[in-house]
Design a protein around this ligand. Structure first.
Ligand code: 3AM
Length: 176
């Protein structure tokens, strides 16, 4: 029997940037804001696949390996709160085309392989808090950290001992 795994494609944040973000979050939000996302779990989701079979996973892994995405850089200079989903996030005011194209191609391949895709437009973001359903005082700006994306990855989402952990299964380089 092949177990299904909960998977998603994402961009990771370098460890140094994770530390900066976590420190800034601690300095700018009260502890009761919501459930803080662990430093190692900070990422930008490109396409959520859901619980999928090994066969679908293999198909999507093959597709990912054929994508000829380009490297890009962005500024993490935007911030917001979505009370409906309870997410406080940082993002970018100017999403590079290469990022939008990469997400679009991954999401359309995911949909073609039967992974339901949200009808909401793609809004690249790093979730900082979850379960933030009460009003949140949003700081006026982030420090505007730069993020260089040179690869994208497939992650497995695991729930172990009451905690969510993301395990990187495979990464693919982005070209010039
Ligand atoms: O960290 P973010 O918010 O970018 O919200 C979940 C997280 O993205 C999202 O997948 C990422 C890894 O868990 N996610 C979880 N369930 C989802 C669903 N049913 C979902 N995205 C869309 N539909």
């Amino acid at each position: 029997m092949s177990a299904e795994r909960r998977l998603f494609f994402a961009l990771s944040l370098p460890a140094k940037l994770q530390k900066h973000v976590i420190q800034w979050r601690a300095d700018n939000f009260p502890a009761e804001t919501g459930r803080p996302v662990a430093a190692a779990n900070l990422h930008i989701t490109l396409a959520f696949l859901g619980e999928i079979s090994a066969i679908k996973e293999a198909a999507l892994t093959r597709v990912a390996g054929r994508i000829q995405g380009q490297k890009f850089s962005l500024q993490l200079d935007d911030i917001g709160h979505w009370p409906g989903s309870g997410v406080v996030w940082i993002g970018t005011k100017r999403a590079p085309n290469a990022l939008l194209q990469l997400a679009s191609v991954l999401r359309s391949h995911a949909a073609r392989n039967g992974c339901h895709q949200s009808t909401l437009p793609f809004h690249p973001h790093v979730s900082l808090y979850r379960s933030a359903t009460r009003p949140v005082a949003i700081p006026p700006a982030t420090p505007g950290w730069p993020l260089e994306a040179t690869e994208f990855s497939l992650y497995e989402s695991l729930f172990e001992r009451g905690r969510t952990r993301y395990r990187c299964l495979q990464s693919w380089p982005l070209g010039e």
